[in-house]
Structure formats: C-alpha cells, structure tokens
Write a protein that binds this ligand. Structure first.
Ligand code: GLU
Length: 472
C-alpha cells in the first residue's frame, strides 16, 4: 500500500514552529517511502476559522519546499479536503455506528451535564458522562427526535477490559477501558468532533501513518475502537512530543510564539528553519547537522524520534540560519538581504551598498540583523563609550597614529579598499607602531566601537569625508 500521510491543521492563519515540525515529519515519512503528503483542513471548530487561512498554509509549506500532493487547492480523488464540506459523511458513519449498537443518541441538555459535573466535583471525581442516554428505549428515542429535541451522538465504550495502542515513538500504551468516556462523535449542530472526524477521514483518505502531537495519544484507544467497529485497519501511529517555548511552556498562538511567518519576515531562511526543526526531537544516525530536503527524505526514520519534549532554542536556530546565509552565492545573498536594509541609500552607489552587505555575509544570523550591524555607516553621530575614551587617552602614541592617519587619508586622491590598505601600512612604517595600537584607535574614532569589519573596508564604507571628520 502506498504510504500516505496528512497534515491536518485548523485554519487559524497562524503556524507556529511546532505545527510546522509536525508537517515536516509527515512529509518526510511519506516521501521516504515514495508516498503522498495530503493537506486536510480541520475546520470543525468554526469559531477558529480565519479568512485566507488555507492559502496561508499553502504559502508556508511552499516556502519550506514541502509539496502538497492533495489538498483543498489541488484536489485528488479523496476530496473534499475541508472537513466542513464532509458533514454528510460524518453523519452517515455516525448513524451506522448507532445501528451497530456502538453509538447512541444523547439528549442530555447543558443543564443536565452541568449537574453531572457538579456532582463529580462534589465527590472529587474526574467528570465523565454517565451513559444514561444509552439506556433509552427505542420508543423514547423516537419520541424525543419527533418532538424536535436536540441530540448528539456518543460513542459507546466497553466498560471492562483494556485497550492497547501501538505507537512508533511511545511503544505499546495500555489503557483500561473503564476510563474511556462515551465521547461525542457528532455535535447537535451536525458537526463532528475531532475525535470522530479524524478517524473517518484518515480511513476514507487511505492515510497509512498518522503523525500528530502526543496530546492525542491518550484518546487514541477510542479511535481504535471506532476502526474496529467499522472493521477498518487503524493507521500506524507516530505521536510526537511537544516543542516547548523558551520559557518551558507549550507554544501557543495566543502568546504569538515562534510563528514561522514572523521568523521568515525577520530573515530566517525557510531551509534553515526546516533543518533546525527536523533535528528538534529527531536524531539521525550520523553526526551530520546540515541537510538538504533530499538528504532528509533519505535519512528520515520515525523510529528515531525522541520521546522527550524538545525546547525551541533561538540561538541554535540562528546558528543554522547563519550557516545557510553563508552558503548562499553572493548574488542570492544580496537578493535576500537587500530588502531588509532600512537605511536610506539613495545617495550611495550600487557598488557601495553591495560591498556593505557582502561584508556581513559570513556573520549575519538573520536578515533584519543587518540593520543592527550597519548603523555606523549611516548615523551622523557616533558614541564612544567611557572605556573606549579612556583607552584613547591611555597612550601618548595614540594621537600620533591618529594624526598620521588623518594626514595620509587627506592626501588620497583615489578612494578604494586597496589604497586604504596601503595607508595603514604607511602609517605603520612612519610611526613604527603596530598591533592593537595601530588599528584600535582609528577603529574607535571612526565607529565608536572596537569591533567591526576589516579595517580597510570599514574606512572605505564610512567614506573619506566622514573619516577625516571623525579623526579630528
Ligand atoms: N487539527 C488537529 C491539530 O491541529 C490535527 C491533529 C492531527 O494531526 O490529527 O492539532
């Protein structure tokens, strides 16, 4: 059977990196076997629906080089791929289950359920629907339906024995059936719950491997009972531990946590993000850290997904991103980084701008960071810290070197990195000063700080006039 996996997000118009990592794992499991990757939109909670969310999912996955074989925008033979367009299917299968005696109509009102909850609270028991509607007679049921009473359809759970779920990551998980609640399959508004829809859809869409967050693991025995009732094969389950935020909490949309699009807009390269995310909770057999998508497809093995939760670490992501930026061709790098530059360069030559940007190619962690690095080339004022000022006053040779620079630079007729490099040599010869005392004073005088790009580059980019001015 062809391997088929699915990514099943709710259309919230937001994707944090935990969701994206699930999508990547799903994609890799499918492609490793030469299978298909399907997008299914789980919009049964209509309150969470956001306009344009489906295109947003397509855009995000496309940026990450994840090709969707079937989905709402490229339907295959298993559509529709949006759950709200499949309501009649869920209704049909829910009613089948009622006929089989595996599910029942429940007419309990919100008030009745409230009373049950209050009672559970009183006796300090976890709330669980008590199954009272499963004991209604057929006449009672007919009567209630005829008189227009609202109902849900609930799954009838076995009260004895236990269920075992086989999971690739967690192994065999055993659960006593008596803790399984008679869960709602179909709500009174005709919408299915996730707990029902996921089973129907995964079966009808021929999904072979279900990869999802481990919060669904404890519910999975119920899903298996549904598969069993219909006589269907359950898929292979791969439940993955959560990605925790830097604060150790669950990532959430509400906190605006680690959104992929935010990272993208800050200048993180999607390939780098994908590479970083794959290694968050999955470890390859070798020490290789940097992977192309093709290499990942070859190497990926779900058996090597870790059971422990992983934490999002922006520093590590930056390390990956910097590596990917460094590996870009100069041309691609300039195309990538140029839009991030916020300073006005209308009076600068193209050559100047490119030179400036290229200087940082090997050091940049993310696109937007360029603005933090290049300020010295645009700001009129520079700030020299107290320590640096003290350094400038610390040696009588320093004014000598600075004067020598000023003179040599003023005499220049050409302005390029080569002649500037010569100036540095000349100052060295003329003054007999070398090392830190040769470089540091001019660096601090012209930029305010003791670190920066290569000195000739720095002098060149700041420009002759400004350099002379700052040396005064
Ligand atoms: N809509 C569910 C979610 O976003 C999907 C879980 C699954 O993959 O089955 O968590």
């Amino acid at each position: 059977m062809k391997t088929r996996t699915r990514f099943a997000p709710s259309p919230t118009g937001f994707m944090h990196i935990g969701n994206l990592r699930t999508a990547i794992f799903e994609y890799l499991v499918a492609k490793h076997d030469g299978g298909d990757f399907i997008l299914r939109v789980e919009d049964t909670d209509q309150n969470r629906k956001v306009e344009g969310a489906i295109d947003f999912i397509y855009d995000t996955l496309k940026l990450c080089n994840i090709e969707i074989n079937e989905g709402p925008n490229n339907e295959g033979e298993f559509g529709p791929y949006i759950q709200s367009e499949r309501l009649d299917l869920y209704k049909h299968y829910a009613e089948e289950l009622v006929k089989m005696g595996k599910a029942y109509y429940c007419f309990c009102t919100e008030e009745t359920l409230e009373e049950m909850r209050a009672l559970a609270d009183k006796y300090k028991r976890p709330f669980m629907y008590d199954g009272r509607c499963s004991r209604l007679t057929e006449e009672e049921i007919d009567e209630k339906i005829k008189s227009g009473e609202k109902y849900v359809i609930r799954q009838k759970m076995p009260k004895t024995g236990f269920s075992i779920v086989h999971d690739v990551v967690y192994g065999d998980v055993k659960v006593e059936n008596k803790v399984l609640e008679d869960q709602i399959l179909l709500k009174s508004d005709g919408y299915p719950t996730y707990n029902f829809a996921n089973v129907i859809d995964d079966h009808l869409m021929n999904i072979t491997h279900v990869i999802r967050g481990n919060e669904y693991l404890s519910q999975t025995p119920k899903y298996n009972l549904l598969y069993e009732a219909f006589g269907w094969d359950a898929p292979t389950y791969i439940h993955v531990p959560m990605v925790l935020g830097e604060d150790g909490n669950k990532l959430s949309k509400r906190n605006g946590d680690a959104s992929f699009m935010d990272l993208y807009n800050e200048g993180y390269l999607p390939d780098a993000v994908v590479n970083y995310l794959v290694l968050l909770g999955w470890s390859p057999e070798t020490n290789q850290e940097v992977y192309t998508m093709d290499e990942l497809v070859k190497a990926f093995d779900a058996n090597r997904i870790s059971k422990s939760p992983s934490s999002y670490d922006i520093k590590k992501l930056r390390w990956f991103n910097a590596k990917y930026i460094k590996n870009l061709s100069d041309e691609d790098y300039l195309k990538f980084v140029r839009p991030f530059l916020k300073y006005d360069v209308s009076d600068k030559s193209e050559e100047w701008v490119n030179k400036l940007l290229l200087i940082y190619k090997d050091h940049l962690s993310y696109g937007n960071e360029i603005n933090e690095l290049v300020g010295i080339f645009f700001n009129d004022e520079i700030n020299i810290s107290k320590d640096n000022q003290e350094f400038l006053n610390s040696d009588e040779n320093i004014p000598v070197v600075i004067n020598a620079y000023k003179e040599e630079i003023s005499n220049l007729t050409d302005w390029n990195v080569e002649v500037i490099a010569e100036v540095i040599n000349k100052v060295k010869e003329k003054t007999g000063i070398k090392g830190k005392l040769l470089y540091m004073p001019i660096r601090i005088k012209i930029s305010g700080v003791e670190h920066g790009p290569e000195l000739p580059d720095e002098i060149y980019l700041i420009g002759k006039e400004k350099v002379i001015d700052r040396l005064k």
